[in-house]
Design a protein around this ligand. Structure first.
Ligand SMILES: Cc1cc2nc3c(=O)[nH]c(=O)nc-3n(C[C@H](O)[C@H](O)[C@H](O)COP(=O)(O)OP(=O)(O)OC[C@H]3O[C@@H](n4cnc5c(N)ncnc54)[C@H](O)[C@@H]3O)c2cc1C
Length: 598
């Protein structure tokens, strides 16, 4: 049976050859010491921990799940030890501010490590991701005193974090939350309310849990502009960051029984006059949260990629071993009763679809992570601004498209194994269940598509897309003299033009017809996702051709990249044409039926 192997070769190729990470990091003051050698050392160290300690408790974690008894949540066997090793290795504070005990590393690095963790054990990864998100909100919006008190122990993994947004009546529409925060004379707040579906709301991995809770102040305006963000510890903490020994009226009411990620505790959390601290400005909680949401959404795309990679490893190993039928061109293993199923074109279709989307999804995630790093570390305000614009455009697509492709890959992997893919033993059945949630949480994919189409495209008349298109054009120009790239560039340039024309058409039709935005949004997100994957493949193909010409690197690996890239261009990219037709059909066929007719 296949056990998870961190895709270190792919990751190193993307960082060194495609994105030239060392060169970029050398230009920014906070990252100038991040060399290729340091990156290799960090990735290899993380891979060792993830393969050796975290992957082996994935299946057992799924079988055992979390246990809930009298308000106490117990994680499955091995989780405590693995989390302790994770914390001891300094992984919890990898990207954290150095000033408070973090290691100040760029997001690009942690993105790769997150992908590995999600691929090896998504439930475990979630305990770590939520803490990273919480530290981000605090380090960017918290007061100095709050940072001093809470960040070092969150970075050390002694405490963990949560994001408490959802309530029974308020999911996507957070303007409808009921949780309240009443100010005290001492500048603190009493927070009261019930939150549902809270990942890692209660568990036994850390000595304290620091909740980031959305609630409304008494005089708050109605709707999304009346929400504030509060830091609410499970156990009270004094000013020197020591536990006072007092509880804070934060209790777990129950845990959910769900389809997948069974070792991740999804909790109902009750806050009853719990002591809280305001983070950021009053009534600005959603904006404050958005800082961490860009990072959290990137992580969800990485969950999709990670589990797709794990599924690909299982399926490609299996397809080389499983003997069924004969190759259409004649027996390949004449001495055996049948050929391995990898000889069949349809099995290759499934494996290549997986691989082509995984590599492009990983590259797109890194591209977005680089923009987050430029926005954080670059000295030049114009470069930071451009990176911010790209982040705004890329994150909803990366989240939705990578998670959709991730789910598709897990299902394709299951199909490659036939009936064995449906059986628990092989792991694909668990991957299908575990990856599914990534399309739903952190804003359902339909909402990501709406954000992309409405706020990020129509509202600013395509201004953000112009920034991306300028990057694409610059790349195309840089390759004009490379003969081998010309057939690839032709497909890319046509796809890019289809995207630009479709964007202009939607902006025009949406001006006086409000339903057109929602009607176009999902197919538009897919069109942009597909075009971005095509852009990533152009960059990968260009880098692979350079390495092949120079005779550097593993030839067979580089050739496999070229063949996978060609599969993407000739077999997957044509879908952009049907997406354009789908978008052009507009809202009328969607809105024609009355609610009763459904
Ligand atoms: C396992 C798990 C873990 C979670 N972890 C957390 C957590 O840690 N913290 C937290 O706060 N929450 C968490 N959530 C909640 C999660 O983020 C929400 O479930 C999600 O945001 C969707 O909200 P909802 O379930 O209320 O669906 P709804 O908002 O009711 O949406 C239902 C459907 O309607 C669509 N829809 C809604 N509004 C619109 C619109 N305006 N236009 C078009 N379509 C629309 C949605 O896309 C969706 O398909 C978790 C959920 C699960 C299942």
């Amino acid at each position: 049976m296949t056990t998870y192997r961190a895709p270190v070769t792919d990751m190193q190729f993307l960082l060194r050859n495609v994105f030239k990470a060392e060169e970029l990091f050398a230009t920014m003051p906070g990252t100038s010491e991040v060399s290729d050698d340091l990156i290799d050392a960090i990735i290899e160290e993380a891979a060792k921990l993830i393969e050796g300690l975290i992957a082996p408790i994935n299946q057992t974690g799924d079988r055992q799940g979390c246990r809930f008894e009298n308000g106490v949540v117990t994680t499955p066997e091995g989780f405590k030890e693995a989390f302790a090793a994770w914390s001891a290795g300094g992984w919890a504070g990898l990207t954290g501010s150095v000033e408070f005990g973090g290691q100040g590393m760029p997001k690009v690095l942690s993105a790769l490590i997150e992908e590995m963790a999600f691929g090896a054990n998504p439930s475990f990864a979630l305990y770590t991701i939520l803490t990273t998100g919480a530290t981000l909100a605090l380090s960017q919006h918290g007061s100095e005193a709050l940072k001093q008190r809470f960040l070092p122990k969150l970075y050390a993994g002694t405490w963990s974090g949560t994001m408490c947004l959802t309530e029974p009546q308020a999911g996507t529409d957070l303007g409808m939350i009921n949780s309240k925060a009443v100010p005290n004379a001492d500048g603190r707040y009493n927070v009261t309310g019930t939150k549902i579906f809270i990942t890692a709301g209660e568990h036994d991995l850390t000595e304290n849990i620091i909740h980031f809770v959305l609630a409304k102040l008494p005089d708050a305006p109605a709707g999304p502009h009346g929400i504030s963000l509060f830091l609410v510890p499970k156990l009270l903490v004094d000013e020197s960051a020591n536990l006072t020994g007092q509880k804070n009226n934060v209790t777990c009411g129950s845990i959910e029984h769900k389809m997948g990620i069974k070792a991740s505790a999804t909790c109902v959390m009750n806050f009853e006059d719990s002591q809280g601290f305001l983070v950021g400005e009053p009534n600005n909680g959603l904006v404050t949260m958005f800082t961490m949401m860009n990072y959290e959404r990137l992580s969800m795309g990485l969950q999709g990629n990670g589990l797709a990679e794990s599924s690909y490893q299982i399926a490609s190993d299996y397809a080389r071993e499983r003997l069924q039928g004969r190759a259409p061109t004649g027996p390949q293993l004449a001495e055996k009763a049948a050929d391995p199923i990898i000889v069949h074109p349809d099995v290759r279709r499934m494996l290549l679809t997986m691989r082509a989307n995984i590599v492009a999804g990983r590259a797109l995630s890194l591209y977005a992570a680089f923009q987050l790093d430029i926005a954080r570390f670059h000295q030049d305000a114009a470069a930071r601004n451009q990176a911010d614009q790209l982040v705004a455009l890329l994150i909803p697509v990366q989240k939705a498209y990578c998670t959709d492709r991730g789910f598709e890959s897990c299902v394709l992997g299951q199909q490659v194994l036939g009936g064995h893919g449906y059986i628990a033993e092989w792991g694909l059945e668990q991957n299908v269940r575990d990856v599914r949630i990534a399309q739903i949480y952190e804003g359902a994919n339909g909402i990501q598509a709406l954000d992309l189409m409405g706020r990020k495209t129509v509202r600013n008349k395509g201004e953000l897309l112009d920034v991306l298109v300028a990057e694409m054009d610059e790349f195309i120009k840089s390759q004009q003299s490379v003969a081998a790239m010309q057939p690839y560039l032709k497909i890319f340039a046509e796809g890019k033009q289809r995207l630009v024309d479709t964007t202009n058409a939607v902006i025009k039709s949406a001006t006086d017809q409000p339903d057109e935005i929602g009607a176009a949004s999902y197919a538009y997100m897919e069109l942009l996702g597909l075009t971005l994957y095509c852009f990533m493949w152009q960059r990968i193909l260009a880098a692979a051709l350079v390495a092949l010409d120079a005779g550097t690197g593993d030839r067979s690996y580089l050739e496999s990249l070229v063949k996978t890239g060609e599969f993407f261009l000739y077999r997957l990219m044509p879908r952009s044409k049907s997406l354009v037709e789908e978008i052009a059909a507009g809202a009328a066929p969607l809105m024609a039926m009355s609610a009763e007719q459904f």
